[in-house]
Design a protein around this ligand. Structure first.
Ligand SMILES: NC(=O)c1ccc[n+]([C@@H]2O[C@H](COP(=O)([O-])OP(=O)(O)OC[C@H]3O[C@@H](n4cnc5c(N)ncnc54)[C@H](O)[C@@H]3O)[C@@H](O)[C@H]2O)c1
Length: 464
């Protein structure tokens, strides 16, 4: 299709976990639009142009291949991209601030604000700027001020379109989302911009799933959605600690409560803790917002979700140490999985990181295996790499180990030959199932001492 025939020209700034897959889906579904994705990271952009994409996501490569070179383009040419686009999605990272006011809680908006200033300086025509990144409430208003303070007579309309995809199922979520949220100012130009964005998603998503709201509701809804999801995990994890003491089974409790349609059965699996780049960051963002507004009780309520997560990670390491006769020093411990969840190579905020660090402090010999995340694990643990072993093959990882700990719920780990693993391990052999994905009784019968989460431990001798 020649340039003029494209009915919309869309630019996305930020070719990460969100920008890449989201734009690939828009381009695949809408061949009539030109979609360009720009990033400052040259290596990342180069990788998007090959079949070795910079992120692993099931089904992503197929979607990219449908549109790449046709109406989907990856580039580092920011200025050119800004000039030609009518609609600019901004999907850059918004990590937690590590310095100054709000350090450890509020969002670091430097990358976001830089984008606004880049857009303002390169633009030669009016544009719609879409917040795709997760941002503190009222960022859109600040951005509107920065963008519209220009001496070129240009008008920028800000729309908030927070992304609800989950890593590991991003393609499914983008193709068939529960909802897409589009917030704008409720002025004439705001509503017009909102409709332009609605029109994009209406190419493949039923209209009743395209929800609209004002700007602040859209920004806040993203923080609240992630906080509610994380809250469910922390709630069931808190109960897992109780179950282990009173000989209840957290899976049975989750099943019993999940049958109540008011509660529902999703996000009720006890685990070693939540990870990922978003949950903790977004909760802390909400906490910071509440604190700055003087809502201290509300802030502390939400902060407790993060504290419970830290408690669960800590508890898992303590269980390992106590079970291994109160010392893990020089013991080989195989961590099965490093990604923060299955089907992704993403290790950001993975409980595996914390668990590894704690075990290293105790001078254990940690060996890490993961089908997709070893490169990221090595990068995260750069300071420790001389002491840590990384192996692709889980059997090799388990060889001569004292304990295996399941950290990520990869399907692969459910079907391993645990008889073989048991034979290779030091005795007594321990297995800690931080995801409750294994057949614990069977493992016990093989000879393992089995420590599921939130269930009675299955051990061959009296616990010390
Ligand atoms: N990862 C998720 O599952 C997820 C889900 C929903 C929302 N979000 C939100 O989406 C946003 C992006 O997250 P992500 O996971 O894609 O981050 P990411 O780190 O994977 O990608 C961000 C990209 O932006 C690029 N970038 C930064 N500044 C730039 C600039 N000035 N110009 C061009 N490129 C620039 C970085 O190089 C990076 O490649 C965050 O606000 C996040 O909270 C993430």
């Amino acid at each position: 299709m020649s340039e003029e025939k494209f009915t919309k020209k869309i630019l996305c700034i930020g070719a990460g976990y969100v920008g890449g897959p989201t734009m690939a889906m828009i381009a695949a579904k809408c061949p009539q639009y030109k979609v360009t994705v720009v990033d400052i990271d040259e290596k990342k952009i180069a990788a998007w142009q090959t079949d070795e994409l910079p992120i692993y996501e099931p089904g992503l490569l197929d979607v990219v291949k449908q549109a790449r070179g046709r109406n989907l383009f990856f580039t580092t040419e920011l200025e050119k991209g800004i000039k030609e686009a009518d609609i600019i999605f901004v999907s850059v990272n918004t990590p937690t601030k590590t310095f100054g006011e709000g350090a450890g809680k509020s969002a670091d908006l430097q990358y976001w604000e830089k984008c606004a200033r880049d857009i303002r300086s390169a633009a030669e025509s009016d544009k719609i700027v879409v917040e795709k990144s997760t941002l503190p409430v009222k960022t859109a208003i600040a951005m509107e001020r920065i963008l519209n303070e220009n001496d070129k007579g240009l008008h920028f309309e800000i729309v908030s379109n927070p992304e609800f995809l989950a890593e590991g199922s991003a393609i499914r979520d983008l193709e068939n989302p529960d909802r897409v949220l589009i917030g704008s100012k409720e002025t004439e130009s705001g509503l017009k911009a909102r409709e332009e964005i609605v029109e994009i998603f209406a190419n493949w998503i039923p209209r009743d799933r395209l929800i609209t709201s004002n700007l602040m509701s859209a920004e806040l809804s993203k923080l609240v959605a992630n906080s509610f999801l994380a809250q469910r995990i922390s709630s069931i994890n808190s109960i897992s600690a109780l179950c282990e003491i009173v000989d209840a089974d957290v899976t049975e409790v989750a099943n019993a409560i999940g049958k109540d349609s008011r509660i529902g059965n999703k996000f009720l699996n006890a685990s070693v803790g939540f990870g990922g780049s978003c949950f903790k960051k977004d909760i802390l963002n909400l906490v910071y917002l509440c604190e700055t507004l003087g809502l201290y009780e509300v802030a502390s309520y939400w902060e407790s979700i993060v504290k419970m997560n830290e408690y669960q990670e800590n508890r898992f390491v303590k269980t390992i140490t106590q079970a291994l006769f109160n010392t893990v020093t020089n013991k080989r411990i195989a961590l099965f999985g490093f990604a923060f969840k299955a089907n992704t190579s993403d290790t950001r905020e993975s409980p595996a990181f914390y668990i590894t660090k704690k075990l290293m402090e105790e001078r254990a010999k940690v060996v890490i295996t993961d089908p997709k995340a070893l490169a990221n694990a090595k990068r995260d643990l750069a300071g420790y790499n001389d002491a840590i072993e990384y192996v692709e093959d889980p059997y090799e990882a388990a060889d001569k180990s004292h304990a295996v700990a399941i950290i990520t719920e990869w399907d692969l780990y459910k079907t391993l030959d645990y008889e073989r693993i048991y034979k290779q391990m030091e005795k007594p052999a321990f297995i800690f199932d931080g995801r409750n994905i294994l057949d614990h009784q069977k493992l016990f019968e093989i000879g393992f001492n089995v420590y599921p989460l939130g269930k009675p431990h299955l051990i061959h001798f009296k616990e010390v």
